[in-house]
Design a protein around this ligand. Structure first.
Ligand SMILES: [Zn+2]
Length: 61
């Protein structure tokens, strides 16, 4: 039976994340630490997540 969600672990705060199926290269936000995470790899419903350095240009102040 196929899983309807993917799971992963936040590399920063180690929160277990459950998300709708997404594909490699997409990003999501960790609800705990609010970091932006990018999907590096999807393997059998498990996500490899990597922190994205978000540069907020022209949005200062
Ligand atoms: Zn987190």
């Amino acid at each position: 039976m196929p899983t309807a969600t993917f799971t992963g672990t936040c590399p920063e705060c180690e929160t277990d994340l459950t998300v709708p199926p997404i594909v490699q290269g997409e990003t999501l936000s960790c609800p705990e630490c609010m970091l932006t995470l990018r999907v590096e790899e999807v393997q059998e419903g498990r996500l490899s997540l990597q922190m994205v350095e978000v540069q907020l240009r022209d949005w200062g102040q």
